[in-house]
Design a protein around this ligand. Structure first.
Ligand code: AZA
Length: 295
């Protein structure tokens, strides 16, 4: 007899925009995010015997996302995710887990004639601030992160000393281009309840700022011996900057830029120290991951 061994359902790709209007100063602050909310619990019978009496319709889940965004601040996203998930546990005894994922886009305030504009913003990067929360009656697990941060350095990166065998054609290099799209996450120690997520709310924006700055500063300033070592150094610093995190992960594609030998044309020198024109590669790319935890 087959059994449902795992199930979750809900609404994905719910796009939400919220404006906060500060009455005193007239300054607006805007947030745009995409929400996914999937529920787990005693819902097997909806799959096995078409018993929909246990189903909170995904349309109602979408409506709840809007209502909770109206009732609560949506910043920091870690807190909004917790409020939203907790609603389903408080309302339905048969729902045991709410999985909430938020992807927040950048809307950065414009500076016009040296002054912050009260209600105009621009997209200053495609990276997103992401939160994944798993809300249960036993506790709340939250992972925060950055995704889609595209970076490149034109020198200050090497890769040598790696295994050489009969499959190896890659030359060693002491000076190469390094480019990647940063996907970094930091997992917070489990919170007992929403009240604790709320009490600690100052730490989420700081951790995100620190992680973004650490990633860029290390990338720019470090003389990188490999993607592996550079990402480890970044993770180490985030663990130090955010003491209430349990682990940090990085996933970095190594986006290759190949030298082009142009010597066939009038003997032009364009390799090694003379390389100026390169061919960016769409794929294949290296893909390097790490999770660093406290020992
Ligand atoms: N790490 C790097 O930083 N660069 C590489 C690798 C690797 O594992 N493999 N090829 N190039």
């Amino acid at each position: 007899m087959p059994v449902v061994s795992a199930a979750r359902y809900g609404k994905d790709n719910v796009r939400v925009y919220k404006v906060h209007r500060d009455e005193a100063s007239g300054t607006h602050t805007v947030t745009e995010m995409t929400v996914c909310c999937l529920l787990e619990g005693e819902i097997e019978q909806s799959y096995t015997v078409a018993d929909n009496s246990v189903v909170v319709a995904t349309d109602s889940i979408k409506n709840t996302i809007y209502i909770k965004a109206k009732e609560h601040p949506v910043n920091p996203p870690e807190l909004y995710a917790s409020y939203l998930g907790q609603h389903f546990l408080d309302t339905y005894s048969h729902i045991t887990v709410a999985n909430v994922k938020l992807v927040v886009k950048r809307w950065t305030r414009m500076i016009i004639d040296g002054k912050e504009h009260p209600h105009s913003f621009y997209r200053d990067g495609d990276d997103t601030r992401n939160v994944e929360a798993r809300i249960t009656r036993e506790g709340i697990e939250i992972t925060s992160g950055i995704a889609g941060l595209l970076v490149l350095k034109s020198t200050g990166s090497a890769f040598h000393g790696f295994v050489r065998d009969e499959y190896t054609t890659l030359p060693e290099t002491w000076d190469r281009i390094l480019s990647t799209e940063v996907d970094a996450t930091w997992k917070w120690n489990t919170f007992p309840n929403v009240a604790t997520v709320e009490q600690k709310q100052a730490q989420y924006d700081k951790a995100w700022d620190d992680a973004r700055n650490i990633t860029m500063k290390t990338f720019a300033e470090e003389s990188s011996p490999s993607v592996q070592n550079t990402m480890y150094k970044m993770a180490e610093q985030i663990l130090e900057a955010a003491p209430e995190t349990a682990s940090v992960t990085y996933q970095l594609p190594n986006k290759h830029y190949f030298e082009i030998d142009l010597s066939w044309h009038k003997g032009i020198k364009n390799t090694g120290k003379d390389a100026e024109v390169y061919a960016p590669q769409s794929g294949p790319n290296g893909l390097i991951r790490v999770e660093v935890s406290r020992s």
